[in-house]
Design a protein around this ligand. Structure first.
Ligand code: ADP
Ligand code: MG
Length: 486
């Protein structure tokens, strides 16, 4: 029997994020995903002799933005290097990347797993161009190549080997995805390959401080695959070690269908790439004012928002985390908060009716027709005791979605939804119900206190949900305790 628990998993990730620029990293070809194959392919993209690259300023800006968000050191003096290798989807025979000096170094990204926070240190973030795409399933006999992707701008985010479980890796990639989307650095669309991940993994006996030999699993394009690949690969490595074999440093691929990895090549060494500074590109010097402007335009990031929501608005960690998942969603919530002091209710509305509607419609918050102040006015209507939550969410909210120009109070009035807080109209209803269910009343009096909910339900049914629930409760309790059958 293998004692898996006596091993520790060590993982470092390399995450490639396609930058949200209009054009490619070194030419004016469009960086739009999904264009017809080989339509965004100028001579520069195709690496024709005599063409010269020119750096895209916006791409530099986005790389710096990500670096600042991760507390990296921004390197002022940069140069680009050629990474040479042969591959059909690499028309120039080299990829322009950064080698010894990445645009950002160090820094960290905080993740939370099982309520524990941990910083995953970053080794570097560098800029590079992507390769084209080989398609093996378009034609029966031939592989096809689409060069649209060749030359599109990427940042590669490389962590230190700080990750210790598949759950931590999962949390890290999610956190990176959240960050790049907050910053508008990348759309984070993993299915379209906007965010791709290489997993470097080794195992070692627990307590050891030495790093084991690692393998690299290339090009995972979903967070679930990252998690699964780590789990199966760790198991494979441990089996190998237990059988007395040594681990070969190699590059592997994850087969999504069977959920296992297989080798694709032995890991090449740094010097196989014959890196050298690209003579066609001048060194890139970043000015202080350039960095300062980016810093000034940084949005408030999720971690900071979570803290604020918990401290200023007394939300739970759980609610705050869910609300800050998407920037636009959190922005909307903050707009609602400008119009109500009932923060908890605002959070419940966002995570309840609003989120359900968005999920049903498969839409983003931008598509919600209701203005934030209007949502706040629904909350106010409840707080004033004019309607209860169930009426508001099942009757008023859907009406507002249909007629966003109406006010919540108007809808309540028109549809006769206003709550009855008048004791003299609720009391006779309660009396009638107690008489009808006399047997249940005596059961209640003998100790089945849970029946209170049944009586409340009956009152709501009779009044079409309009009886003030609090008042109903009070009257019911009073009457149930003193009831004798007439
Ligand atoms: P390369 O450029 O060849 O892919 P790097 O040395 O830059 O290799 O490391 C790439 C990634 O591998 C980094 O995220 C790093 O943390 C991780 N890594 C390095 N050594 C190990 C190891 N022994 N076990 C797990 N991860 C490792
Ligand atoms: Mg690598």
């Amino acid at each position: 029997m293998i004692d898996f628990a006596s091993y520790e998993i060590v993982v470092g990730l390399e995450v490639h994020a396609r930058l949200l620029t209009a054009s490619k990293l070194f030419c004016a070809d469009s960086n739009q995903y999904g264009a017809a194959p080989n339509t965004n392919v100028s001579p520069i993209t195709l690496g024709h002799p005599g063409t010269l690259p020119r750096l895209n300023k916006k791409a530099v800006e986005l790389a710096v933005k990500m670096g600042l968000a991760c507390q990296c050191q921004i390197n002022r003096e940069n140069y680009f290097a050629r990474k040479n290798y042969f591959y059909p989807d690499l028309p120039k025979g080299y990829q322009i990347s950064q080698q010894t000096v990445p645009i950002c170094s160090n820094g960290f990204v905080p993740i939370t797993v099982e309520d524990k926070q941990k910083n995953i240190r970053l080794h570097r973030i560098h800029l590079e161009e992507d390769a084209g795409k080989s398609l093996h399933d378009v034609d029966e006999k031939y592989s096809c190549i689409d060069y649209n992707r060749a030359g599109t701008p990427l940042i590669e985010i490389v962590t230190e080997p700080d990750i210790r479980s598949s759950e931590e890796a999962y949390a890290f990639v999610n956190e990176i995805r959240k960050l790049v989307r907050y910053l508008d650095v990348c759309d984070g669309n993993m299915e379209e390959g906007s965010l791709r991940c290489d997993v470097n993994i080794s195992v070692r006996p627990k307590g050891s401080h030495l790093l084991g030999t690692r393998v690299e699993i290339k090009n995972l394009n979903s967070v679930r695959h990252v998690k699964k690949a780590i789990e199966t690969e760790a198991e494979r490595l441990i089996h190998k070690i237990e059988a007395g074999h040594s681990i070969i440093q190699e590059t592997r691929s994850f087969d999504v269908q069977i959920g296992t990895t297989h080798p694709i090549r032995e890991k090449e060494n740094e010097d196989d790439y014959r890196y050298f500074p690209d003579p066609d590109l001048p060194p890139l010097h970043l000015q202080e004012s350039f960095i300062k402007n980016i810093r000034n335009e940084m949005p408030v990031l999720p971690q900071e928002r979570i803290k604020k929501y918990m401290i200023d608005w007394q939300l739970s960690d759980y609610d705050a985390t869910l609300i800050t998942e998407e920037k636009a969603f959190a922005d909307y919530f903050e707009q609602v908060i400008l119009h109500t002091k009932n923060y908890k209710a605002a959070a419940n509305w966002m995570l309840g009716p609003v989120k359900s509607w968005l999920n049903e419609q498969k839409k983003d918050i931008d598509a919600l027709p209701i203005l934030p102040e209007k949502l706040a006015s629904v909350i106010q209507l409840i707080d004033e005791g004019k309607v209860n939550f169930s009426i508001a969410s099942t009757a008023i909210f859907p009406q507002l979605l249909q007629n966003p120009s109406l006010s919540a109070a108007e809808i309540a009035q028109k549809q006769d939804l206003l709550q009855d807080s008048d004791m003299s109209s609720i009391e006779p209803v309660i009396d009638e119900i107690l008489n009808t269910f006399a047997d249940k009343v005596s059961a209640y009096q003998k100790g089945k206190k849970g029946l209170l909910a049944f009586f409340v339900g009956q009152v709501m049914k009779k009044t079409n949900g309009k009886a003030d629930p609090q008042l109903t409760n009070t009257i019911l309790l009073e009457k149930l305790n003193h009831y004798t059958k007439k």
